[in-house]
Ligand binder design. Structure first.
Ligand code: IVH
Length: 692
């Protein structure tokens, strides 16, 4: 081996070692500075000598922007779920049953980590694949993303591992990473993750592994699967896996009686509040594999394990008052002001009350002592009232009937639990909310204009709606507090630049009720121009994917308003994009044909199939109708859909048949006229790897 090769090997060995010391053992031996220096040296060497590339090099931890396709792959051993209970009595019955069938069984009690399950495959001591649980039989291949998680060993240390094995565990987002992520998202005007579990799962499905690398995920392993594991018990194998470099929890115990199991649970129900990552229970597993085998499985879960789930933490405190917030769509949200109280690690002062019905249902009254819980949502919620402590003179809560901001009478829309202020065009928080939504990064991405500046511009009469933005001049902005000439000019430039954002983002930016980012994309793709969306009838609108009656009505309402139409006209005049960019097609072979994709596919993701259809000029529909030409049917598609397709005489294609159809299209293209565009600038996303 050359000197360079040797140096690369040595650096990788050292970096792997120190990585483990830091992220798995929590016992770093060198400074961050020295670690970074070695990492940089390795990066430079690898860049200069691509012949030494290795997917398991420690440099892959930083991730890359190459988008990863999440291929669906089959699990070698199915990933089962766990039976669970909230009741100690049921748990005791479970233990008694085990004792009957496997006398003297030992239990391993572990924490139930609240993240997202992962299965890692190692071949000859090297990570080869990481797959999500999926439906238990098949999951998504997220290897590129998992390689960036520092506590996952890319290359094992020590020895004695089987040539091929899987190890399963939980990808977690520690509270510190979660808080940092949400703070960043809030600043960028992006939607927040409701809890660390959603954030971990969402992050794992990120397209760019460079983004994953920055989010601070962690991975704890709790189960081995393979044909030649070194030991005959769960406990021994996990302890050994720790030696190989895996992060295996220290918070596990062997228990030999109901009392010991109960003590473990009682301890962690309290002690978990101090842990830096979320847990939602305790998992109790039979330790010896011989006993596990004797107990066996049900269709869904092992009979040798169960999860005891902790009840959500609650706190009792006084409801001081209720505020009513009016959002940009006019929706009114009641928010409770509480006597500050400590709950799951943070002080809670406010809680969501959702809507009038919820308040009436729980009969919540001012100055009641109320129970607060942190559920799946970001804001804690009130889950009940301590009636025993209700003051004698308390009266039922009276909900407001007029907008707290503009005094307009509130309305209820059919099927909507919330009250709305209908005064869209003159109610301050609605106007400001719409402007702030419009300039968000995911919408028109206008930088430099914060909420405060928007409010100032509104007060001074310069900004009454989003179209006014395009009439602003730098000399009107520069006198405002904290702005000055330079930032004023930057803002104007940023406004001008916003005329370049693609049409679907303009559609999202308008802030039509229920039209989120995804719906806006479907609408833009389906109709192509703003004019077409505006002209569309209800029947035509629901033809677009994801658009149902509710969204269609909201779109019709929006464009029925003369003020809104005037704003749209002015935006158009300002040069904002109102047409979707035409995609460069690979061929027109599917032009005029309408497809419905349904079920799960073994070789492609559904989006991948849809992109293929579009790139050959075909159209994707959400539901089977008489207009559908082909139904591409995967596994586990709904029988109703299949029946409907058969009844309507829609042709049904398997994944293989569809592949043949596309392959034929591709040949036609190569044999016939080659479109002018080079492969590199096709606007269709290139599909990674060989397609068929
Ligand atoms: S063992 C066959 N151990 O809980 C048993 N699961 O509700 C497989 N989980 O999908 C799971 N902590 O994502 C096991 N210490 C632990 C766990 C754990 C969390 C999750 C896991 C599983 C889910 C089942």
């Amino acid at each position: 081996m050359t000197e360079t090769g040797k140096r690369i090997e040595e650096l990788r060995r050292q970096l792997n070692y120190h990585n483990r010391k830091y992220y798995v053992d929590n016992a770093p031996e060198i400074s961050d500075f020295d670690f970074d220096r070695m990492m940089r040296e390795l990066q430079d060497l690898e860049q200069a000598h691509p012949e030494y590339a290795d997917p398991n090099s420690p440099t892959v931890r930083v991730g890359s922007d190459i988008t990863s396709e999440f291929r669906s792959v089959e699990h070698r051993f199915p990933m089962l779920s766990l039976g669970n209970t909230y009741s100690l009595e049921e748990l005791h019955e479970f233990l008694a049953r085990i004792e009957k069938e496997a006398e003297g069984a030992e239990y391993v009690c572990e924490l139930k980590f609240d993240g997202t399950a992962i299965s890692l495959t190692y071949e000859h001591g090297r990570l080869v694949r990481a797959v999500t649980r999926g439906d238990g039989t098949r999951g998504d291949d997220v290897t590129a993303n998992v390689r960036t998680i520092r506590s996952v060993p890319l290359v094992l240390s020590g020895g004695g591992w089987p040539d091929l094995f899987e190890i399963r565990g939980e990808i977690l987002m520690p509270y510190t990473s979660f808080d940092r992520l949400n703070a960043e998202r809030e600043e960028q005007g992006e939607s927040l993750f409701a809890n660390p579990r959603n954030a971990a799962a969402g992050t794992l499905k990120q397209q760019s592994s460079a983004v994953v690398a920055k989010r601070g995920l962690d991975c704890t392993l709790y189960q081995l699967a393979g044909d030649r594991l070194p030991h005959e018990s769960h406990w021994e194998n996990l302890q050994e896996a720790r030696e190989w470099g895996f992060k295996v929890s220290d918070h596990m115990r062997i228990c030999r009686s109901e009392e010991e199991v109960d003590a473990f649970i009682a301890h962690w129900d309290e002690a978990r509040k101090q842990l830096p990552f979320p847990t939602d229970g305790v998992v109790i597993k039979v330790n010896r594999y011989a006993d596990q085998r004797a107990l066996g499985f049900t269709a869904k879960a092992p009979k040798w394990a169960v999860a005891y789930k902790f009840k959500a933490e609650q706190a009792l405190t006084e409801l001081l008052s209720v505020d009513f917030q009016v959002g940009r769509t006019g929706a009114v949200t009641p928010v409770a002001n509480l006597e500050p109280v400590l709950l799951a690690g943070t002080t809670v002062k406010r809680a969501s009350l959702h809507n009038a019905e919820q308040i009436a249902l729980l009969d919540i009254r001012l100055h009641d002592r109320v129970y607060v819980e942190k559920g799946g949502e970001i804001i804690p919620k009130i889950t009940g009232v301590e009636l025993a402590e209700r003051p004698a003179d308390s009266e039922p809560f009276r909900y407001i009937d007029r907008c707290p901001e503009c005094g307009t009478e509130l309305v209820r829309y059919e099927g909507e639990a919330k009250h709305y202020c209908p005064n869209q065009n003159a109610c301050r928080p609605q106007i400001l909310g719409r402007i702030i939504h419009f300039i968000r990064r995911k919408a028109m991405d206008i930088e430099g204009l914060g909420e405060e500046t928007v409010e100032l511009l509104f007060e001074s009469g310069l900004l009454k709606n989003v179209a006014d933005l395009y009439d602003l001049r730098a000399d009107q902005l520069s006198p405002l507090p904290r702005l000055g000439e330079k930032s004023a000019e930057n803002i104007i430039r940023s406004i001008r630049r916003s005329t370049e954002v693609p049409f679907h983002r303009v559609l999202f930016a308008l802030g039509i009720r229920f039209v989120g980012e995804t719906t806006a994309k479907y609408l833009a793709g389906h109709f192509g121009t703003l004019e077409a969306v505006m002209q569309a009838t209800r029947e035509e609108l629901v033809e677009a994917e994801e658009v149902g009656d509710k969204i269609a009505d909201a779109i019709l309402d929006y464009f029925a308003d003369a003020g809104n139409r005037r704003i749209v006209e002015r935006l158009e005049a300002a040069g904002v994009r109102t047409e979707a960019e035409r995609k460069q097609l690979l061929s027109e072979s599917l032009a005029g044909l309408q497809f419905v994709i349904s079920g799960k596919f073994s070789r492609h993701g559904r989006d991948e199939l849809k992109a293929l259809i579009e790139s050959h000029g075909g159209k994707n529909l959400a539901a089977v109708s008489a207009q559908t030409d082909y139904l591409v049917a995967g596994e586990k598609m709904g029988p109703a859909k299949l029946k409907k397709a058969e009844k309507l005489g829609v042709k049904i294609l398997s994944e293989e048949e569809f592949e043949q159809m596309i392959a034929a299209a591709e040949t036609t293209r190569t044999a016939g006229e080659e479109p002018e565009a080079e492969a590199a600038d096709r606007s269709v996303e290139p599909v990674q790897g060989s397609l068929f």
